[in-house]
Write a protein that binds this ligand. Sequence first.
Ligand SMILES: [Zn+2]
Ligand SMILES: [Zn+2]
Length: 288
Amino acid sequence: MKRTGIFFTYLQGERLRDFPQALDGILDRENIIYSDAVYESSDGLLYLKPVSAELLLKVHSPDMIQRVKRTGYYESALYSAGGTVHAAERICEGEIDNAFVFTSVGDHHAGRNHFWGSCYFNGAALAITYLRERGMRRFSIVDTDAHHADGTRDIFEDDRDVLHICFCSYEHSDQNNNVDVRIPFPTSDEEYLERVEREFVPRVEKFRPEVIFWEFGYDATQGEYGDKGLTKDSHPRIARIIKEAADRVCQGKLIAILCGGSSRYLATYTIPRIIDCLAELGRFHQQG
Ligand SMILES: [Zn+2]
Ligand SMILES: [Zn+2]
């Protein structure tokens, strides 16, 4: 079984209202390591740190950080990105194999000097910066949120050691390790999964990153604000494809980051199934 870290923060918003209780039967498993930003640490619970000011300045401009401070989401953003950095730290230390990061606010629309769309700091970029200081070099970011990851693209566009594959509405393009895969509306789970198999798997196998980041948003699910026609079972199935690719190319080193999505029901349905897949718990019967 994989050792899976869960990094939890829930300071704002409605969608995570059922957590961490919805992880009952998961948190007590011996291969699960849980870090919480909300509750005081006690035996077995680790306190989650906000991302440091020093690290922030290596990715985002001082002016942008000041602007985020005025939004009312600064603390949420620090802890959300902090979860991803903390996950990277523990993977680097060899304490966990993979991770699921809960966030209060997103990260993939946060660039070097701009942010929008409920994203403030780019957790994946901060974690990559951290890992590079620890000697790692190559990374892949796969983004299955409904929207284009313009912030992440802004930061890594010219970086040949980051493979960024974004499933969104943009026209298909593939330049210098920056790939957009156009998802039509409507699509089906089968079509989407087939695209992930075809566009993500061979590229990541060839690229051989040291860690894979998965920007997991469920906003492309039916009824969500980025509705692409996917069912609630699509993301656990996508998780399996990405996890198995990580197992083959980088000893399973995978960090899944909660991105877009608003439904409390879908979060409560999907996230435990994704963690189940990452940690190989076998509690849920997965289709396909
Ligand atoms: Zn989105
Ligand atoms: Zn895109």
